[in-house]
Ligand binder design. Structure first.
Ligand SMILES: [Zn+2]
Length: 83
């Protein structure tokens, strides 16, 4: 096996990158109020583009990786409410 899947690739695979409008304050998926970064604290959605987060990985690898891991964990635990 080659390199293990990075958190960035995992977040992409889960479809977490859904850039929100600049003045969007609620998640388009679950309507939870977004945090200061535009990320959803409920369903794990990341309100920025993958390219933007990739750039942040360059300047703050540890911090950005942490955010990605946290959002991935939230998405895995998230169960959309049906009906
Ligand atoms: Zn959400």
């Amino acid at each position: 096996m080659a390199a293990q899947t990075s958190a960035l690739e995992e977040a992409k695979a889960l479809g977490l990158f859904q850039p929100q409008g600049a003045f969007e304050v609620h998640c388009g998926g679950c309507h939870t109020r977004l945090n200061g970064l535009g990320d959803c604290p409920s369903c794990g959605l990341i309100g920025r583009s993958a390219a933007d987060v990739e750039a942040r990985l360059g300047s703050d690898p540890a911090g950005t990786e942490k955010v990605l891991q946290a959002q991935i964990a939230k998405r895995r635990a998230y169960r959309p409410v049906k009906s």
